[in-house]
Design a protein around this ligand. Sequence first.
Ligand SMILES: C[S@@+](CC[C@H](N)C(=O)[O-])C[C@H]1O[C@@H](n2cnc3c(N)ncnc32)[C@H](O)[C@@H]1O
Length: 387
Amino acid sequence: MNNLTEIRDTAYGGYGVGTLPDGRVIFIPHTVTGDKVRYRITEDKAKLVYGACEEVVEPSELRGEIYCPHIGECGGCVLGHIKYEEQLEIKKGFVKSAFDRNRLEYPEMEVTGSYYNEFRNRATFRIRDKKIGFYKFKSNEFIPIEHCPVIKSSIVEKAKELAADVEERAYLYVTENEKGESLARTDVELSSKYSFDGLKTGDKPIGRKHLGYDTRYGTFYVGFNSFLQGNRHISHMLQDFVFENAEGRLGLELYSGSGYLTLPMARKCEKIEAIESYAPAVRLAERTKLKNVKWHIALSESIASMGKRKVDLIVADPPRTGMEKEVCKYINESGASKLIMISCDPNTLARDISRFSDNYKIEKVHICDMFPGSYHMETLTVLNKVK
Ligand SMILES: C[S@@+](CC[C@H](N)C(=O)[O-])C[C@H]1O[C@@H](n2cnc3c(N)ncnc32)[C@H](O)[C@@H]1O
């Protein structure tokens, strides 16, 4: 069989889209539109066929600079072989097609890029045979690494130092602030915190339990397990977006984490009610000492049962799975004049907006490429209540 195809698109997840001889679609990672490739089928389900690229017979003009020897295998930079400007176009395409599928109307999208300049302030490594590394794309096969161009190099060096003492298979999560203070978490039992300021080893914390991150709007605190926006160069754009667009007397923030977006919001609203389900994140949020914020440890989906309030603004930054149906229903009936939605998955974002699109129209869309090389991005939207 002549296993050749021309790639005609990039699908969400980072797959090149090709065509099988019987006309069905095949998804082939590490390829790009315009490539002519020889492939092998790796998974054949009735509707979904996945393949692996065996040879690029004719490379596309959209292929770019290879900035890391692991491009083409690593699960992190699945778009890393593609010119950076094209990656931005692809990501814009992901957002547009999600919005179009959900029949949403939207204005011209603004896109801001970053670069492969050690932008990551946090990373989760695998440890095998005393080395750090990552898994291959969609596999548990380990790739040892010495350096990673997208992660702050001091994070990589500190991780290597600890891993050199670990015989077992383990994971290691590391985060570091701009002062060089760092926290790490691993599933192996260790008796030292190595070069970290705090280490959670198994269930036992050694040293510091949280770090402060200075931002334009005040200091924000993170712990071993709390959420942290991942790009040390452009994460502040999320805060700036909230600052520029927030207004109103009472603001409601859903999925507030440790208060990263509450900091700018608190400068624009008289009062804020912030809701987050992970109790340690709320304890860290309280350290911001924001006087006009009431923090709630609660599920966002319990908002409707938390009493009636006349909300002017709702800010929501849910996890990848998006917002629960009850939350969308609450927003739809809230009467808030403005919504600011921030999301790391355009598909769940579009689905959620479609649940309140009779009452709210999209006024702004800004895509921030927080993760160059990967297929991930943040989409920031402002919606206004239909009069
Ligand atoms: C993408 S993070 C955003 C955090 C914060 N806005 C920030 O920028 O750091 C999503 C947050 O939602 C929280 N979360 C997840 N499911 C939740 C739920 N059902 N109700 C409330 N919070 C939830 C997570 O613990 C996490 O802190």
